[in-house]
Design a protein around this ligand. Structure first.
Ligand code: NAP
Ligand code: ZN
Length: 362
C-alpha cells in the first residue's frame, strides 16, 4: 500500500459558522470577495461574510461578475480592480470558487495575466477562503480550478495547486436553491465520488470518503426526485459534495468529466448535467464490473439501469441531442486529453468514448 493523502483545507461547518468563526478570516487588511451575479446576495452568504469582516475590522472590495464556467477574460477584469487585496474570499458555486483561486494567483504574481494562467510552472497564491453555496463541485476542498478558454475553445484545469485555506460549510445558503440546480449539482458530487473510485489513482484513504459520500447520497435520491428538500437533506448533500471534493483532490476525475467539458462548451449544458448524462453508458462500458458493483451497493441500487433511470429523471429538463458529426469532434477532443485518460482503469479507445456519447446524447 502506497499513497499520499493531502487535505490542507480547514473545514468549518454549521449554521452561521462564518460569523461565529470570523477570526479565521484574519489574512490581511483588505479582502477581495468574488461572487456570481446575484445568488450570494439573495441567500445571505454575502451578508454573513461582510458581517464577519466588519467584526474583524477587515475592509473589502467586491467583484460580483463571475459567470457560470468562468472565462479567463473575467479573471482579468477582477484582477484589474483588486490590486490592493491581501486575500480572496470566494462565495458561490464552483464558478466563483474557481475564479477566486485564479485571481489569487494573479494577485500574488501581478505580472501574470489571465492569458498565461493556464499551465506552465506551478504558482502559489494569496490566501483563498471558500464559501460554497452549491452542493456539487467540492471546489472548497480541491486544488483545481476550471476555466473557459475561448482561445483553446474548451474548458480547462489551470494546472496550479491552490487549496482554499478555510472552507465554511453552511447549508442554510442552499435552502432556496432552484430544484434544477440542486439536482445537477448533486449529480456532480455523485460523479466526483464515482470517478474517484473508478480511477487508477484511487487509494485506501480516498475510498473512505467515496463510500461515505455515496452512502449519504443514497439517502438523498428520494428527496431530490420529489423536490422535498429539508435543511437536513441539504446538509447531507453538502457533506457528500465536500467528501467528493476531498476524494478527487487525491485522484482527479475521469472520462465523464473530460467528455462533459465539450457538452458544456459547445452545447451549453450545466457542468453537473454534462457528466451525469453519460453515466449509464459510462458504467456499462467497464469490462470488469467489480468496482461498479461496489458503487451500486453503496448507492443502494440493484443495477446500472436502476441508477441510470434515477439520473435520467433528475436530468429531465437538461436532456440534449447532439449531431453525430459533433459527437465525433467531441470524441477527438476527449481522446486527445491523454493525461486524463490515464485515470481510466481500462483501455479508453476512441470508439468506446464515441459509443458513450452516442448512447447518451445522440
Ligand atoms: P455555478 O456555475 O457556480 O452556479 C450555477 C448557478 O447556480 C448560477 O446561476 C448561480 O447563481 C446559482 N447558485 C449558486 N448558489 C446558489 C444558491 N445557494 N441558491 C440559488 N442559486 C445558486 O455552478 P456549480 O455547478 O456549482 O459550478 C460549476 C463550475 O465548477 C464549473 O465551471 C465546473 O467546471 C467547476 N468545477 C470545479 C471543480 C473543482 O474542483 N475546482 C470541481 C467540479 C466543477 P449566481 O451566478 O448568481 O451566483
Ligand atoms: Zn464536476
Amino acid at each position: 500500500m502506497e499513497f499520499i493523502f493531502e487535505m490542507p483545507t480547514k473545514i468549518v461547518a454549521g449554521a452561521n459558522c462564518i460569523v461565529t468563526h470570523s477570526e479565521l478570516l484574519r489574512r490581511g487588511k483588505t479582502a477581495l470577495i468574488v461572487t456570481g451575479k446575484s445568488s450570494a446576495k439573495k441567500n445571505g452568504a454575502y451578508a454573513d461574510v461582510v458581517a464577519a469582516l466588519t467584526k474583524e475590522k477587515i475592509t473589502h472590495i467586491l467583484f460580483d461578475q463571475v459567470e457560470e464556467n468562468p472565462s479567463l477574460e473575467t479573471l482579468e477584469r477582477a484582477k484589474n480592480m483588486a490590486a490592493t487585496a491581501d486575500f480572496v474570499i470566494g462565495i458561490g458555486g464552483g464558478s466563483p470558487l474557481d475564479a477566486a483561486k485564479g485571481i489569487a494567483i494573479m494577485l500574488k504574481h501581478p505580472d501574470i495575466g489571465a492569458d498565461n494562467l493556464i499551465g506552465g510552472e506551478k504558482l502559489d497564491a494569496v490566501p483563498v477562503i471558500a464559501v460554497p453555496t452549491t452542493a456539487g463541485t467540492g471546489s472548497e476542498v480541491t486544488q483545481y480550478a476550471i476555466f473557459t478558454d475561448h482561445k483553446r475553445k474548451t474548458k480547462i484545469n489551470y494546472g496550479h495547486k491552490v487549496f482554499p485555506e478555510v472552507a465554511f460549510l453552511d447549508a442554510t445558503y442552499m435552502l432556496n436553491m432552484p430544484l434544477g440546480i440542486t439536482r445537477y449539482t448533486a449529480l456532480d458530487a455523485l460523479s466526483h465520488l464515482v470517478e474517484s473510485y473508478l480511477n487508477t489513482k484511487s487509494n485506501a484513504m480516498s475510498e473512505v470518503y467515496v463510500r461515505m459520500g455515496l452512502e449519504l447520497l443514497a439517502t438523498c435520491f428520494k428527496p431530490l426526485l420529489s423536490g422535498n428538500l429539508s435543511l437536513e437533506i441539504r446538509q447531507k448533500l453538502l457533506l457528500a459534495s465536500t467528501y467528493g471534493g476531498i476524494a478527487i483532490a487525491q485522484t482527479g476525475t475521469s472520462l465523464p468529466h473530460t467528455c462533459g467539458y465539450s457538452l458544456t462548451y459547445y452545447e451549453n449544458m450545466p457542468h453537473g448535467a454534462s457528466n451525469a448524462i453519460l453515466y449509464r453508458a459510462y458504467l456499462q462500458s467497464f469490462e470488469n464490473q467489480e468496482r461498479v458493483n461496489d458503487i451500486l451497493q453503496w448507492l443502494n441500487q440493484a443495477n446500472i439501469d436502476e441508477l441510470g433511470d434515477i439520473i435520467e429523471l433528475l436530468l429531465a429538463e437538461y436532456k440534449i441531442h447532439c449531431l453525430e458529426q459533433d459527437l465525433k469532434k467531441y470524441t477527438d477532443i476527449t481522446f486527445s486529453n491523454k493525461t486524463k485518460l490515464t485515470n481510466h482503469p481500462e483501455n479508453a479507445t476512441w470508439d468506446m468514448i464515441f459509443d458513450i456519447y452516442k448512447k447518451s446524447v445522440l
